[in-house]
Design a protein around this ligand. Structure first.
Ligand code: FAD
Ligand code: SIN
Length: 523
């Protein structure tokens, strides 16, 4: 079945939805198809807690300060022009969210209640209690629902981008320019593969935290966009830089890990080791509010020193009513586990949280493939460098989706004709595959990545990871070529590819920076 539109949006987090809304407003006579795997609202966006970093009032904050904080956190591997562009656009994008109905908290004086997080020199985080992402996702879905030219396909899984390779086969030389014409998509409920054809495609598939055992990312974050882009030969960069959030709730039975927002440390929480001692003073003079890579490594070191599986966040000294008002969801979660935050410390441990690298895009969100835009966590824009400053990613997605639409307004080609696109060819011959094989392999990827490609890496660990991933790749390829296509199988394919890329990029980096740290690079 062929389904045509002017624009195809893959992913329904903040990047995909904000792009779709804007494209619908600017191109009222064009059609926009959004496809998303699973539920419409399931995304990293939905779970964002802390909020959006924005310099809003130039009498109390400055662009220069936010720029400097971003560069320091990124270990100066950021692209300074991109950093400046994003930070100076933040207020406009935030005003737009307000106009779309997002409710940011205000204080008793009626001013925005601005939170603080690690690496920020000022309080500049706009938030909705401790469920900012949920509020944003709700508002955007509500707006999208009312647009007659946006069509939503939930439970639709993008398998691969369609480029010249699928259209002209072997006639295309490997190094010729590529163009995207849409995507092959599995209708997860009807189990058929549909051909979504579009003049322009936005890839907004989010992150890949699920390659690790312990992650704050929901189950949908399986690096699908990275896998698709890699197979289509798009340019990727910085895949070695993985951000581990220092303080996910330590609750081994729960997956994904529940986040204890960095804003809690911004509110005064103290980190303590297994002996109850405060320890951040040994590692950085910014203490608990040092950038995330530093705090996560300090916790990792303390856990290894003490032989413990977690450290603790102490909020017992903080005004309880004030805490509950700002962090109702975190308080409720602790209560559900019989943690009384007035007297008990909260057990926490680092968890894979964010992927700094991804598809290389320019300031207008254009990838190296023609007609393929990308926005959000799946991209490498140059904003984050080696380590993302807290609460800069929702902002990044808004800015790049905005710029993509602006670019399309300038360059949309009414006369552009798509080639004839072939339908998907089903090559599967085996419908009896045991699902448990996929479950085992998925668990194995996670174990390999957590054991060998975590906060602290080494050449030997990376080599072990590479060898083991290669075996999984071969097994997966055999299944992919012969077995019935399912969501699990496709996710595993992308998890293996993403894991492999993280390892390969790590093996090439010879200097410790931000979210990459190897024992072999210590001078
Ligand atoms: P997502 O929001 O992840 O959306 C991706 C979408 O693509 C999903 O709908 C997914 O189902 C869909 N998709 C994926 N693969 C496919 C496929 N093959 N086919 C079809 N659809 C697909 N950032 C901040 O700035 N501030 C915060 O406070 C903050 N807190 C966070 C807290 C948590 C617990 C987590 C996990 C992240 C947090 N982040 C925060 C990071 C931020 O939430 C993400 O970087 C951002 O939401 C990414 O948005 P996105 O639109 O790129 O991707
Ligand atoms: C948090 O609330 O700690 C997450 C913020 C972020 O990841 O930007």
């Amino acid at each position: 079945m062929k389904i045509k539109s002017d624009f195809l949006v893959i992913g329904s987090g903040i990047a995909g939805l904000s792009f779709a809304l804007k494209a619908a407003n600017h191109f009222p006579d064009k059609t926009i198809n959004i496809i998303t795997k699973g539920n419409k609202d399931e995304s990293n966006t939905k779970y964002a807690q802390g909020g959006i970093a924005t310099v809003y009032d130039l009498t109390t904050d400055s662009y220069e300060a936010h720029i400097k904080d971003t560069l320091i956190a990124g270990d100066y591997l950021n692209d300074p022009e991109v950093v400046e562009m994003v930070i100076k656009q933040a207020k406009e994008r935030l005003d737009e969210l307000l106009a779309w109905g997002v409710d940011f908290d205000k204080n008793e004086q009626g001013r925005f209640d601005l939170g603080k997080e690690g690496g920020h020199s000022k309080n500049r985080i706009f938030h909705h209690k401790d469920i900012t992402g949920f509020e944003i996702e709700r508002s955007l879905l509500n707006k999208v629902k009312n647009h007659p030219n946006i069509h939503f396909y939930d439970y639709h899984f993008a398998i691969d981008l369609i480029t010249e390779h699928q259209v002209f086969g072997d006639l295309i030389s490997l190094d010729s320019d590529k163009t995207v014409f849409g995507a092959y998509v599995l209708d997860e409920k009807n189990k058929t593969v549909k051909t979504f054809i579009a003049k322009y495609t936005l890839l907004a598939t989010g992150g890949s935290g699920q390659v690790y055992e312990t992650t704050t990312n929901p189950f949908v974050a399986t690096g699908d966009g990275i896998g698709m882009a890699y197979r289509a030969k798009a340019k990727l960069a910085d895949m070695e830089f993985i951000q581990f959030h220092p303080t996910a709730l330590y609750n081994p039975d729960e997956s994904p890990a529940f986040l204890i927002s960095e804003a809690v440390r911004g509110f005064g929480a103290i980190l303590r080791n297994d002996k109850g001692e405060r320890f951040m003073q040994k590692y950085d003079n910014r203490l608990e509010l040092a950038p995330r890579d530093i705090v996560a490594r300090a916790i990792d070191t303390e856990m290894k020193l003490q032989g413990s599986k977690n450290v603790y966040l102490d909020v017992t000294h903080i005004d309880y009513d004030g805490f509950v008002k700002h962090f109702p969801n975190i308080t409720k979660k602790c209560e559900s586990l019989n943690i009384d935050i007035r007297k008990d410390y909260i057990p926490v441990a680092p968890a894979a949280h964010y992927m700094m690298g991804g598809i290389v895009v320019d300031k207008n969100a254009r990838s190296s493939i023609k007609h393929l835009y990308a926005s959000g966590e799946v991209t490498r824009t140059g904003l984050h460098g080696a380590n993302r400053l807290a609460s800069n990613s929702l902002l990044e997605a808004l800015v790049f989706s905005h710029n993509a639409v602006k670019d399309l307004v300038k360059h949309y080609d009414e006369n552009y004709k798509l080639p004839a696109i072939p339908e998907w060819i089903d090559t599967s011959t085996d419908r009896t595959m045991e699902k448990i094989l996929i479950t085992h392999d998925r668990n194995e990827v996670k174990t390999i990545m957590s054991n060998y490609v975590g906060i602290v890496r080494s050449n030997e660990r990376l080599l072990r990871a590479l060898r083991r991933l290669y075996v999984l790749y071969q097994d997966n390829k055999r299944l992919y070529d012969h077995a019935e296509i399912t969501t699990d199988l496709l996710e595993l394919r992308n998890l293996i590819t993403t894991a492999y890329l993280i390892v390969e990029f790590s093996r090439k980096r010879k200097e410790n920076k931000g979210g990459f740290y190897s024992l072999d690079n210590i001078k």
